[in-house]
Design a protein around this ligand. Structure first.
Ligand code: 9Z3
Length: 345
């Protein structure tokens, strides 16, 4: 059982933490400034290029540690497929991409050869007996798939258009996200946030967290967690009012999906929510937006527009490499058009 010290911080668990209280009471990752510096340099560099759009893609799940010296933590299912795939399409559309991902989750390009789905060692063939070790080969069929991935990867590397940063805990994520908002501010409307990471709704505040490994001899483990503050509100309304912000809404009950996406738009006032059902997320999503009235930007009185995107819409767009269609291509296509309009606003 986690003991609860008498000085339980500035907020009781039932009141919940406001965003300000959260950042006042929960410590930043120790190396925060050093971790953000590459992003400052990256944004400064691309900000000098006229018209260049920069996007922060968040990806993967956040952990919630149960102990300060962490042995156990809560996690969620997200593998980082949505984020890493979307990052590739954004790069090919000309964006400079900051890929903020959960440590060890899928990354752009290397995701095609993840150790579980498609281990890269299985692509390689040993040299014929007597041949030199330089003669390790890839079959023609595998090379067809590998070549476009490799080309796009090398292009991004050479151009310096992809910066990867990682997080582990939900606390890391929140601190880094707030810093990224500060860094991205200079870009104005050219900045985009694409918030695909699966962020925990609950956490254990530091002052109620066991310092050392929780011992089983003390009986059952009872956890009471606090709500993670909804940082989307200050992100949109205070930190980055000019950026184009896309959040994701995940549900497992179809009936809740669209109403909850609409509620998020009304509450936070950002530009778009990609609503996805856990089980259908790889073949259908819905882009939910406020409908602007003619000649005006959307506001709290606007109605909603829903655009369903389905994998079958890509059936006729098979690529020359024969790679499988991905719904992220449709999501990014739609968002590009909207970001263009936002830029002119
Ligand atoms: C998503 O909904 C993503 O599409 C998935 C992608 C996590 C489903 P995978 O990484 O999965 O491809 O395996 N992300 C956002 C989930 C989330 O935490 N949304 C919050 C909510 O639904 C709002 S920010 O309340």
């Amino acid at each position: 059982m986690i003991s609860r010290p008498s000085n339980s911080g500035t907020a009781t668990p039932h009141e919940g933490f406001s965003t300000e209280q959260y950042f006042e009471t929960q410590p930043p990752p120790p190396d925060l400034d050093a971790r953000i510096q590459p992003a400052r340099d990256f944004v400064e560099r691309w900000n000098r290029v006229e018209g260049k759009k920069v996007v922060v893609v968040t990806s993967g799940g956040t952990t919630v540690p149960l102990e300060a010296n962490t042995v156990r933590f809560l996690d969620n299912f997200s593998a980082g497929t949505r984020g890493s795939t979307s990052a590739e399409y954004l790069l090919s559309a000309g964006y400079a991409v900051i890929f903020l991902h959960r440590q060890h989750s899928l990354k752009p390009f290397s995701r095609h050869y993840s150790h579980s789905l498609n281990p890269f060692l299985d692509l390689l063939h040993l040299p014929e007996p007597g041949a030199s070790r330089q003669d390790i080969s890839v079959t023609n069929q595998d090379a067809n798939h590998l070549l476009p991935v490799l080309k796009a990867y090398k292009e991004a590397q050479t151009a310096g258009t992809l910066l990867q940063m990682d997080f582990n805990t939900v606390n890391d994520y929140l601190w880094i996200l707030r810093e990224m908002a500060r860094v991205m501010g200079v870009l104005g409307r050219r900045g985009m946030f694409y918030l695909a990471a699966a962020v925990s709704d609950f956490f254990l505040p530091l002052d109620r967290m066991a310092e050392h490994k929780i011992q089983s001899v003390k009986g059952n483990l009872v956890l009471e967690m606090d709500q993670v503050p909804k940082v989307l509100r200050p992100l949109v309304q205070e930190w980055l009012p000019e950026a184009y912000i896309v959040s994701f809404k995940l549900e497992t009950e179809q009936a809740l999906l669209i109403p909850k996406a609409q509620k998020a738009l009304t509450r936070y006032g950002h530009q778009a929510v990609v609503a996805n059902d856990l089980h259908k997320r790889k073949h259908e999503v819905c882009l939910v937006e406020k409908t602007p009235r003619s000649g005006q930007e959307a506001d709290s009185t606007s109605e909603f527009t829903e655009t369903w995107l389905k994998l079958e819409q890509l059936a006729n767009r098979k690529t020359s490499s024969g790679s499988t269609p991905e719904i992220e291509e449709l999501i990014i296509d739609e968002l590009l058009k909207r970001h263009e309009v936002w830029l002119k606003g």
